[in-house]
Design a protein around this ligand. Structure first.
Ligand code: LLP
Length: 417
């Protein structure tokens, strides 16, 4: 559920008309709903009841510091994958003790920065990473908390680009290697083993693959226990899907209840989750305006002022996101349209074959754009990054200013003449 609804025939974000926001801040722009973000995070948190847990929001989904600050205020932890994301979480007043650091390629400077602020856990994915962390922790005179990301070889049944838990994927360690690494880690002076971790993919619409992965994790946990290695937490990653079209993903509570049911009373580990999309995805929309309507013998194109550089998911994954008018009141006739951007690529589309009643100048909303929208945007075709806005009931906050043309070239230099 979200808070982008029609009142009369006008689309609103919470209590503010989208058209009003565009009057002030222009288009294209991303608009987020604070109530939706809050509600989604709390759904995860509350489903655990009194069971020990930590929701570590996956920063890559949407890393605007206003959003991180909002979630930090709710008590959220964070899943980061770079020093940039670490810096953002700290700036947004996130608690370092609630940060887990994932990713296959952590550089030395990134590990040092995370050790200095004292993060909750490094999720190790590569053999050499353990030795690197041990050495750097030693040099700083600290002990590094670690977990190993295991690759459970489970099919997440999602798009191949966002499936991560199969043995042919670059992520995690297989069971044998993970156990070998745990035993090595147990002997290292600057390492403290705290958990185990897995993440099998994104936009999962069934609980089955999550439970299969949990089963594999529990097998490894029991092998480790027999070898005298006890863990404090199980991090089951992110990946819960959302409804873009007609998908029916389980609710966070259904998914969490299934996990807790499987764990029963025989386990007392703290459970960590790393949801990104399920918190931010349906909490944001992308607003764009129609520049031209172009009709050819074969196709009708609505050429809009947003493009693949602003929202790359349709081009990159052939992802379907709902496109709706901001104002439903129209005299136009219904036709089937491809909604395309001005970029010089045939792959520059936001939606194809959409039955809509369109007129030049109309505003359109591309729903479910709160996750992997702005964070995957680029300056391709020298298009400045667009504004981000957060609505809180009747109040509108600009949370990222539209980039100016000067800012576009700010870090570039002419060669000496
Ligand atoms: N944890 C780890 C280690 C991850 O790699 C990811 C996402 C998450 C958590 C959060 O997953 P979520 O709950 O958001 O599904 N750009 C793609 C999605 C890439 C996901 C990458 N990893 C898209 O737009 O669909």
């Amino acid at each position: 559920m979200d808070y982008f609804n029609y009142r009369g025939q006008q689309l609103f974000a919470e209590d503010v008309a989208i058209a009003k926001i565009v009057e002030e801040y222009g288009s294209p722009c991303y608009i987020y709903s604070k109530a939706t973000l809050t509600r989604h995070w709390q759904e995860f948190d509350q489903a655990f009841g009194s069971y020990p847990h930590l929701i570590c929001y996956a920063v890559k989904a949407n890393s605007n510091i206003a959003i991180l600050n909002l979630l930090a205020g709710l008590g959220s932890g964070f899943d980061i994958v770079s020093i940039g994301e670490l810096e953002r979480v700290i700036t947004a007043k996130g608690d370092p003790k609630k940060i887990v650091f994932s990713g296959v390629g952590k550089r030395k400077d990134e590990i040092i920065a995370a050790l200095k602020v004292g993060i909750r856990c490094f999720n190790i994915e590569v053999v050499g990473e353990l030795d690197r962390i041990n050495q750097l922790a030693g040099e700083l005179g600290v002990v590094a908390p670690v977990s190993f990301r295991v690759n459970p070889n489970v099919d997440a049944k999602t798009h191949p680009y966002i499936s991560t838990g199969l043995k042919e994927n670059k992520f995690g360690l297989d069971t044998q290697l993970a156990i070998h690494e745990y035993l090595r880690a147990a002997e290292m002076p600057h390492i403290k083993i705290v958990g185990i971790d897995c993440h099998i993919g994104s936009q999962l619409t069934e609980t089955g693959p999550f439970l299969d992965a949990l089963e594999k994790v529990l097998i490894i946990v029991s092998i480790l226990e027999k070898k005298g290695i006890t863990l404090e937490h199980l991090d089951l990653g992110g990946g819960l899907g959302i409804c873009y079209n007609d998908e029916q993903p389980p609710k966070p509570s259904t998914y969490i209840n299934a996990i807790l049911k499987r764990l029963g009373k025989s386990y007392s580990y703290e459970i960590l989750l790393e949801p990104g999309r399920a918190i931010a995805g349906n909490a944001g929309i992308l607003i764009t305006q129609i520049e031209y309507l172009k009709t050819t013998a074969d196709k009708n194109f609505a050429i809009v002022n947003a493009a693949m550089n602003d929202l790359v998911r349709p081009s990159l994954y052939n992802a379907w996101q709902e496109i709706i008018p901001v104002n439903q009141q129209t005299n136009a006739t219904m036709f089937t349209w491809d909604i395309v951007g001005p970029i010089c690529e045939t792959g520059d589309f936001l939606g194809k074959n959409r039955p809509l009643k369109l007129t030049e100048g109309d505003l359109l909303a591309i729903r479910s754009s709160g996750a992997y929208g702005f964070t995957m945007s680029s300056n391709y075709n020298s298009r400045p990054r667009i504004a981000e806005i957060m609505v809180d009931a009747k109040t509108v906050h600009l949370i990222k200013k539209r980039e100016s043309l000067q800012e576009l070239m700010a870090n570039e230099y002419l060669l000496p003449q």
